[in-house]
Design a protein around this ligand. Sequence first.
Ligand code: ZN
Length: 240
Amino acid sequence: MRIAVLSDVHSNLIALDAVLAHAGPVDEVWHLGDIVGYGPDPDGVVARLAEVTAVGVRGNHDAAALGGAEIEHFNPEARAAMEWTRGAISDDTRAWLATLPERRMEGDMTLVHGSPRDPIWEYLTTASAARGSFAALTTAHGLNGHTHVPAAFTLEADRISLLQPRDGESLSFTGTRTLLNPGSVGQPRDGDPAASYLILDPERQVATWHRVPYDIGTVQAAMREVGLPPRLAARLNHGR
Ligand code: ZN
């Protein structure tokens, strides 16, 4: 079984299409929220995810796009992009985002945006946060996004390990518990501008991370055209 796991697409349809093309035929598409915000094409991204019958969860940007108070915590550029997003999205997009739960169980996996103990806001970046999240999980494993950095925490005999996976790297997690982060499709922040995602085989218990270059210049031109903050466009070049 091949499941494409995507997170933090952030209204970047060109990056999403590059990832879907790279993944090829998959059995399912799962997403970990932050579908919208930052980028120029929220309706296009939601339409594509609906077309591939993606299932997933709500991120802080998705909640803000629906009018949530999450916007109060955004930095000025994220806030400007969110105000644009709120005015730009269609009723269909709004309705699709409104169906997303904060958590979703698929077999022995829990899908969240932030972390299992704080699904909207917590950045899962440290061993102690991972330990708290394993304690909060009601399934063996978790899938999370939000940091925009690909990662895997594993718990084996009370020891937490962190994997920072490279392009093409696989993790076999049989006999351990794991929290898998696919990185960000639409706005990577680990210094590599290529879109990031993972392929999960839940039966063989293997995850494989992939990086996919895409046409960043066309996305930046679309961002300029709709008046999104220039720094949000510029950062796509650097993956920061
Ligand atoms: Zn995000």
